[in-house]
Ligand binder design. Sequence first.
Ligand code: FES
Ligand code: FES
Length: 238
Amino acid sequence: MSDPLDDADRAARHPHPALPAPTRRGFLKSAGAATGALATALPGTPAAAAPTTAAPPLPPPPRPAPPPRRITLTVNGARHELLVEARVTLLDALREHLALYGTKKGCDRGQCGACTVLVDGRRINSCLTLAVMQEDRAITTIEGLGRPGALHAMQAAFIEHDAFQCGYCTPGQICSAVALVQEARDGQASAITADLRQPAALDDDEIRERMSGNLCRCGAYPNIVKAVRVVAAIRPIA
Ligand code: FES
Ligand code: FES
């Protein structure tokens, strides 16, 4: 029950008659609410403690690696049984399992061509294929192209025309060049072949374009092109 005298006094002093006149009880209520809100916002007060959040779920444990597989690779005419994990590249299988170190690892990501080998006569980057994918294929590495005293024509041309300096890229260059000559003879066009109706003549531009996947840090390109051009003019080049 409110005091009628207080009510009359408040009404007389209230400047906005259209709004309800404030009461003492209403004032105390709103003041208490404001104080509580402030306490929750201030650090160090019990009400301001950080809200608890649920811990994120743990990631699932890693799956165990699949067991190694027994595969057979035919490399340079010889069959080899290997026990390899499915993730092993052909490049690593050649080098680490078969000790064929002629095939080089440059970038290990398909950018330099140092790892080029022939698979069924086609050149591929052996760092970009898995060994388990190459069963029942004929794989040829630089060791299988020729040997001392019986070099492949391309190997001999590289030596004769001084087509290397450090030699690191050379096995890949030679494998690539051997395939390149055959590709042109089979009528395969390159990105710059002008007339697609007939086999491209292997001029220097065609050779440069077709060898563009094989990088040489020593910059032996002019002599590499010369060696390939000379061999391309020979028929056949086995
Ligand atoms: S090592 Fe394969 S492309 Fe460079
Ligand atoms: S000869 Fe050295 S990288 Fe080609």
